[in-house]
Each structure stands twice: as C-alpha cells, then as structure tokens.
Ligand binder design. Structure first.
Ligand code: FAD
Length: 273
C-alpha cells in the first residue's frame, strides 16, 4: 500500500525530502501542511518537538496525555502470580456508563487490550478529576443477572463454587483468578452478591502508562485554533492535520482512518483553491 501511495506521488512529480528534522524554520511556500504526529512512540520520530513553534505564535497547545494505552492497577500479588499475561476474553467493560465488549490482558502493570483502550476517554477523565478511575468488568455478558442467580442457586451440593463456576459458566482460569482475588469471602459464598460481582466486578485504575508506550496521544493543537478546513486561524495558509490536533479515537483503525480522512479532505479543498 505504501509503495502504491509513493508511486502516486512520484507520478505527480512530488519531491520527497526524508531524513530531515524540522526545527521550526520557515520554508518559503504558498501553502504549508503540518502532519508531524502526536507524542507517543518517540522512536518513530513523532516526538511532539513541534509544540514550541506553535506556542510561540500564540497558538494553544493542549498538554499531551496517553490514550489507547495500558492502565495501571494495584493488583493483589496472588492474582499476578496466577494470571499475569493471561487474556480475559468475551467480557464487557463499563466506565462512566459507556460499555464496550472486547478482551483485555492482565499484566503486572495493570491491564491492556482493545476492550479497555476503547474506554480511554472515560478513564482519563476520572483520573484527571480524582487520581483514580473505576471500571466494571462483566465476566459473563451473555447472561442476565437473574439467569446467573438462578444458575448459581441450582449448584449441586457436591460441587465447590469454584468447580461449578468453571463447569457451568465456563469461566476461564484468569476470570476465576480475578473473581476470587477481588471478592471478599462472604460475597463469594452468597449467590446474589457473587452474581453481582460476576456482572459488575469493580476495578480501580490508578494511572496511565507512560506516554511513550501509548498507541496514541490526546492533546496537541487545540481544535479552536483551526477553521473547518484545518487552517490555523492565527497563521493563514498553514494547515494542521492528523494526531498533531487535540482529538481522540479508539485504536483498531479509527485513528488511522481519522488521519487519512483529514488528509483526503484537506487535499480535496486545497486542489480546488
Ligand atoms: C505501536 C502503535 C500501534 C498502532 N496501531 C494502530 C491501529 O491498529 N489502528 C489505528 O487506527 N491506529 C494505530 N496507531 C496510531 C496511528 O499509527 C497514528 O494515530 C497515526 O499514525 C497518526 O498519523 P499522523 O500522520 O498524524 O502522524 P505520524 O504517523 O506519527 O507521522 C508523523 C511523521 O512526522 C515525522 N515528524 C515528527 N516531527 C518531525 C520533525 N520535527 N521533522 C521532521 N519530521 C517529523 C515523524 O517522524 C513521522 O514520520 C498505532 C500507533 C502505534 C505507535
């Protein structure tokens, strides 16, 4: 795909100058389009080093924050020894009334994966306000609370609850470890409270992964600073697109699509000038 894109540019006699690090000097041009990326994975060159240039021109740059990243959780040690590196599949996660189905991986640091990346805005908002965020895991999205209670009530007497959860509910090793380590004994032994925990297991998140390890960043040039064609209001004929702008989207294609769409729309607009 990249080769195909490069061929289109070559056929149009576009000059490409790679291997340069732009440090703020003005290049004489009728139109300038900036697409210098956000601030995560600095090794790729997207290091957010452009912020001073814009701030010095009175353009508001919102501080960068990690998005689509791992979230820090103070897991009980027992849980880590049993479940670190294991996936939690077919679950749903909820934070601030946004619910997403997906999967995550339990790690020593906390939790990561598509299921929780999608809740980045809700988790980041709570962390910014309270230094902690709550996320609820539904370990059995396919069953209602009432069905679950009914099912647990019909546990045969010769089954332990753990064995029954494994065989009747098909909970995985990591799901069982999570449930047992985050549920008080009296709650585990009561079918109603246990069912509630299976449907809404609260997890306390205490931080974000470092920006450099995040898939994307929020922050960057404030959307108030551009007009509807991505032109900087304070620097006419200068345009900004992509992750340099302060917006957020879940990974899994939406970030890339957002960037491609901005590029496409701006090109359409500029070609008609
Ligand atoms: C590990 C990882 C996995 C990802 N997976 C997905 C995914 O599955 N789906 C999805 O939608 N998104 C994904 N993303 C996010 C996606 O790659 C970015 O949102 C997107 O690439 C941003 O595009 P952009 O053009 O704005 O910036 P970038 O792609 O970051 O490009 C900016 C370019 O500008 C260059 N640059 C920066 N500063 C300077 C300078 N001063 N001088 C010269 N050059 C400079 C950089 O070297 C870079 O080449 C992932 C990101 C990472 C890091």
């Amino acid at each position: 795909m990249l080769n195909a894109m490069l061929k289109v540019l070559k056929d149009k006699n576009v000059s490409l100058h790679t291997g340069y690090n732009w440090q703020g000097e003005e290049i004489e041009a009728d139109i300038t389009v900036f697409a210098l990326g956000g601030s995560s994975w600095k090794i790729t060159g997207s290091d957010g080093g452009w912020t001073n240039y814009f701030q010095n021109r009175g353009i508001k740059v919102v501080p960068f924050q990690a998005s689509n990243c791992a979230f820090q959780i103070n897991w009980p040690k027992n849980l880590i020894s049993r479940a670190a590196g294991l996936p939690l599949k077919n679950i749903a996660l909820k934070s601030l009334n946004i619910r997403k189905e997906g999967e995550v991986v339990i790690t020593e640091f906390g939790m990561e994966g598509s299921g929780i990346y999608a809740l980045s805005p809700q988790i980041r908002q709570q962390l910014n306000e309270n230094q902690k965020a709550i996320c609820y895991i539904d370990l059995k999205p396919s069953l209602s609370l009432a069905t679950l209670i009914e099912l647990l009530n019909s546990k045969p007497a010769n089954y332990t609850m753990t064995k029954y959860l494994d065989s009747a509910l098909n909970l995985s090793k990591s799901q069982l470890a999570l449930l047992k380590n985050l549920t008080a004994k009296e709650d585990f032994l009561n079918n109603e409270t246990l069912s509630n925990k299976i449907k809404e297991l609260p997890i306390e998140i205490i931080g974000l992964a470092p920006i450099d390890e995040a898939i994307s960043t929020t922050g960057g040039i404030s959307l108030d600073e551009i007009d509807r064609n991505f032109q900087l209001k304070k620097l006419p004929n200068h345009y900004v697109i992509g992750e340099m702008l302060d917006w957020d989207a879940p990974t899994g294609g939406y970030l890339l699509q957002g960037c491609f769409s901005m590029g496409y729309n701006l090109a359409e607009y500029l070609n008609k000038l």
